[in-house]
Design a protein around this ligand. Structure first.
Ligand code: ARG
Length: 604
């Protein structure tokens, strides 16, 4: 469809320019690239449409009149023969519509898919990658090291990984980074609990048979309980942080040990969900740079020293005057000289820009931190960095389970590993209930992939900015708008292909012009929209555009398959053309599923 679209634009622009001359309108000629192409609501009225409203003023004519004049001019300029390659031009109200020549347009789309295979989706109408030359650094996940990952991280990870894959598909250079907040009072709290309750026994995750991150998380919960009866505990954690910043060797050793436990556990979860990074930035390695910058800024007068000795910035420009006395002041270094959360972010941002010159830096972080990022970008700008307009906070909404549902072993938030385990068990139970396990060579592996499809698709089909509930049963349903449904359609196509081949049908692209039935055509058109969908999802940093697309394609395939049998098609040629269409559908589905982290299954 893509080539046809640009041809369509060219022909309409050319006719518009002839009309301008005829009318002696004297306005600037229309450039084909600026002509907007839309999809008419009713395919009977054409497959593509170009609205004439925008030309009414310069041409001093009603859009309806312009449309019919343009069609007249096109028919005068080209012979029927010549136009048949593109299709039929129709004036429909204020639109110049194009009814495509299905045989030719459809064959061209399918040929591109068959040729490009895995890489189909990357090239736009002009054969270029829409984001070629764009260098995007994307930060996501970014856990604190005092706890394991929770449900919010799963949404974050899915978004970050999916957006990265989509941007890459659209031609951007991608550098995926993870910030590990491994320094601060939070980790000191887990360390304190360890010293209190575990050190004497020499407890380790191995000894207790636990994942390291879960063990450190347990310590954090123990601290929480302890501090309720021992109000001085908070102070002790702060003292520990001071010692840590001074480099106290015993504290550092314990810190190193516990951070390793957490990080190894977290990395296991990443491996399980298919999330990868090009670089891990550790707060412990960037906070000093942040501190330096703050001291420099203090000298320059960007920041000031408050009466209590802390270093602050006035952020009235950003937030206005708050109700509280100092709500318009943000602390950058505590009065005891230790760093706060934003300190490291200043250092981290600068290090990153030094490491890998980006033209966009995307922070995938929950909407709870909108304020934090506003201030961070403001500070960097005040410090004089000229790349601050390249920083973007991709803010996403909260995710919760429907109330009264599973809680983590730490009793507060929904633990990521537990949640995936429970999805896995439910998927496996269903496979066994349906008696499918005998046919699957590895039912456990299939269950894991179904669980990940359910999780990722459910999290990604909601626009990132929206808050959402994660409903485990709904996510696992095999019919409806879910990941497992897509896997099911994919596996079904796979078995259709195998059966057709068994009955001696071979797919043949040269028969594609036979595919002119409505259900065939609608499916082909949708397959042709994949590159534009990739570009749109990339531009909006929104995987829900891709999930909606996949759902559409799946439904169109099902309609096609109901109406257009392959093995029992009227002729051998038609059977081979339909088989070819099924193959191309599978290629597109696989490519699109990969972008939203839904594993393809050959059988399920
Ligand atoms: N570790 C932080 C948290 O769990 C999120 C870090 C987000 N990224 C950043 N550059 N500040 O709240």
């Amino acid at each position: 469809m893509s080539d046809v679209k640009s041809e369509y634009r060219r022909i309409v622009a050319e006719a518009l320019n002839k009309f301008i001359n005829e009318k002696n309108a004297g306005c600037a000629p229309v450039n084909a690239d600026t002509v907007a192409v839309q999809t008419p609501p009713n395919p009977e009225m054409g497959d593509l449409g170009i609205p004439m409203f925008v030309y009414a003023k310069t041409l001093r004519a009603a859009p309806v009149q312009i449309a019919s004049e343009i069609v007249r001019i096109i028919n005068e300029t080209y012979s029927k023969e010549e136009l048949s390659r593109t299709g039929e031009f129709l004036a429909v109200g204020p639109y110049v519509n194009l009814k495509l020549n299905k045989a030719d347009a459809g064959s061209a789309i399918l040929e591109r898919i068959a040729q490009q295979k895995d890489s189909y989706g990357s090239l736009d109408e002009d054969g270029k990658k829409p984001l070629e030359g764009r260098r995007v650094m994307i930060e996501f996940s970014s856990p604190n090291t005092n706890k394991p990952l929770h449900l919010g991280h799963l949404r974050n990870d899915a978004l970050g990984e999916s957006v990265s894959r989509i941007l890459k598909k659209a031609g951007a250079d991608i550098y995926k980074v993870d910030l590990i907040n491994n320094r601060g009072v939070h980790i000191c709290k887990s360390m304190l609990a360890y010293k209190l309750f575990h050190e004497v026994n020499g407890d380790t995750p191995e000894k207790l048979g636990m994942k390291g991150d879960h063990f450190v998380g347990q310590c954090y919960v123990e601290f929480d309980k302890y501090s309720k009866e021992h109000p001085e505990a908070g102070k002790q954690a702060e003292e520990m942080l001071v010692k840590w910043e001074e480099g106290d060797s015993e504290i550092r050793a314990l810190w190193q040990k516990m951070n390793d436990w957490t990080l190894n556990g977290v990395k296991e979860t990443y491996a399980r969900t298919g999330v990868t990074f090009d670089k891990f930035y550790l707060e412990s390695e960037t906070y000093l740079k942040g501190k330096d910058e703050i001291l420099k800024g203090l000298e320059k007068g960007v920041f000031f020293k408050a009466n209590d000795g802390s270093v602050r910035i006035d952020v009235t420009d950003v937030v206005g005057k708050g109700k509280d006395e100092d709500a318009h002041e943000k602390v950058l270094l505590r009065k005891d000289g230790t760093s706060v959360y934003i300190t490291q972010d200043i250092g981290t941002a600068i290090s990153r820009h030094d490491d890998w010159q980006f033209n966009q830096m995307v922070y995938v972080v929950a909407s709870e931190q909108n304020y934090h990022f506003k201030i961070l970008f403001h500070i960097l700008k005040k410090l004089g960095f000229d790349w601050t307009d390249k920083l973007f906070h991709l803010s996403y909404g909260l995710v919760n389970l429907p109330s009264g549902r599973m809680k983590s072993r730490e009793g507060t938030v929904v633990d990521a590993d537990d949640l995936i385990d429970s999805l896995h068990e439910a998927a496996l139970a269903e496979i066994k209930e349906k008696g499918r396990d005998a046919e699957l060579s590895d039912a456990d592996d299939v269950a894991e992939k179904v669980a990940l499809a359910a999780l990722h698709y459910y999290l990604l089909q909601v626009n990132p900015v929206k808050d959402m509930l994660f409903n485990p049963e709904e996510s696992l349903s095999f019919n409806g708008n879910t990941g497992p449904y897509l896997q099911y359609v994919g596996a079904r196509i796979n078995s259709i292909l195998a059966k057709a081949k068994e009955s001696g049908i071979t797919s043949d692209g040269s028969n594609a012009p036979l595919l002119t039935q409505a259900e065939e055509w609608e499916l082909i058109k949708a397959l042709g929209e994949f590159p534009a969908t990739v570009a749109k999802a990339a531009e909006n940093l929104d995987p829900s555009i891709m999930t909606a697309y996949l759902y559409d394609v799946s439904k169109l395939f099902s309609k096609f398959y109901q109406q257009c049998p392959i093995v029992s098609a009227e002729t051998k040629e038609l059977a081979s053309a339909r088989l070819y269409l099924a193959e191309c559908t599978l290629t597109v589905m696989k490519n699109a599923m990969n972008l939203v982290l839904v594993p393809f299954l050959e059988k399920m």
